[in-house]
Design a protein around this ligand. Sequence first.
Ligand code: UT7
Length: 334
Amino acid sequence: MTEIKLHNVGITGMGMSFPDKILSNADLEKMVDTNDQWIVERTGIRERRIVEKGVGASVHGAEAARRAIAQAGLAPEDIDLIVVPTVTPDMMFPSTACIIQDLIGATNAWGYDLGAACSGYLFALESARCQVASGMAKNAVVIGTEVMSSIIDYEDRNTCILFGDGAGAAVIQPVADSAPGIIDSINYIDGSGVKHLHMKAGGSQMPASSETVANKLHYVYQEGGEVFKRAVRGMADVALQVVEKNGLKKSDVKLLVPHQANTRIIAAAQRRLELTDEQVVITIDRYGNTTSASIPTALQIAYEEGRVEKGDLVVLVSFGAGFTWGATLLRWGL
Ligand code: UT7
């Protein structure tokens, strides 16, 4: 049997794109019975970005991908794999990967969408990394893009304050064995969590009908408290697990890039890894929870703010619907 030599894989380009339109806590105060103080204290969110009506997830996804590809010094034709984790695809089918491929002119790529909700980015990154590591793909782009505003009931104060729209992308490529790259990832699913966070209608089990629309079943349904408890435990546990599994210490970690769902959930992971505030990336105040876009955009913002340097050990960690959760350990290479 031929032995496959696995390549070291690194992030070589990043890009993000957000809509211009801001939905602030003050705006939401006019829409539902809520207030800025409650939202900030309970979630950490001050504002989020919202697309104009009719803008699908592919639009900002394509722009984020173009920017990531350019930063990697590649042309769209060089891309051979596109993976798009999204819960708000432009359409049920075809995949948003196909739509983005056409928009950016990545004519030599194959690709697919991947569904893991807020853990989508880490699951997609790992899926793409396996292909680049094995030599099946050379220049992959992983694009987290969401139009969460399309599945949010702006009359439900439990959910409408939480989510925002946007996109983040990373190009991954084989890098020298000695270069900084993605070290490892640990990922989990637990389907017993389905009942706590989902969208009831619009899938094959309950296709769209006038009744499903009248009953508001095409929106995010979340039992916040239950999800909160599981997220606190899941994110903190898996973040530490990926560090220890690789023979490293908490003190080796330079930066934690958590999924941005709630600053109180993030604080639990921060405490478990014994990190300072400076070592934890928070973008939820500006962008809310952008589901699959939250980790790549937070990572890029941290990079642009000079909070991570070449060779630094970084932990990416997520928790989301499913339940799904995971952590990725990498050495920063840009
Ligand atoms: O990213 C995917 C995974 N999702 C998550 O990780 C989200 C996890 N969950 C959470 O982040 C939190 O559970 C929420 C932010 C969604 C809610 O915070 P909470 O501290 O769990 O609040 P709660 O749902 O227990 O509600 C507390 C009170 C309730 O009033 P009563 O029953 O105590 O009188 C709510 O009705 O706060 C009320 N409330 C609000 N008040 C003002 C709920 N939403 C609002 C609101 N404004 N927007």
